[in-house]
Design a binder for this molecule. Sequence first.
Ligand SMILES: C[S@@+](CC[C@H](N)C(=O)[O-])C[C@H]1O[C@@H](n2cnc3c(N)ncnc32)[C@H](O)[C@@H]1O
Length: 191
Amino acid sequence: MAPGETVLDLGSGAGFDCFLAAQEVSPDGDVIGVDMTPEMVSKARENVAKNDADNVEFRLGEISHLPVADTTVDVVISNCVVNLAPEKQLVFDDAYRVLRPGGRVAISDVVQTAPFPDDVKMDPDSLTGCVAGASTVVNLEAMLDSAGFEAIEIAPKDESTEFISDWDADRDLGDYLVSATIEARKSPQNP
Ligand SMILES: C[S@@+](CC[C@H](N)C(=O)[O-])C[C@H]1O[C@@H](n2cnc3c(N)ncnc32)[C@H](O)[C@@H]1O
């Protein structure tokens, strides 16, 4: 991120990543956080005052239908949220819509490295907890490509399997998941 850029955080929670991004884009840049949970948006708005961050705002909404105007954002960030969205293609399509030509996504998320056993797939905690909704690298590449992105790079962080292994006492989720950075760009020629 560079000074002057506009950053959008998908699933901003209490706003931690937004406040970090705000420091990087200051003094002229700004940050928008979108979250679907009214309680998280309220909490994040309270944190605006605490962080004295007048270039950060939080909006209530779904990341698959962003409350953000077309071609107004330079960088879309997100930390461990896209896997939670049931309609991931819509998430990438809408990220593409809001990006300016030449804009980029820089997302951190978990990706699936091996098929989940049935007990993981059916476990409600897995569905709501960054596990069962994770896509494979191949599926993510296909969705980003379909949305129109280029320069797609998905880089698994092999060392992350160690902390993922601690997520579940009954099974080693590191056998099925890895944390990854997901980067892609909207062509500078594309409106
Ligand atoms: C695991 S937390 C991550 C929060 C923040 N990104 C962080 O790293 O601290 C997931 C957040 O995403 C939000 N969320 C999940 N699915 C969403 C969706 N489809 N649209 C908008 N927000 C969503 C939740 O309300 C929650 O605040």
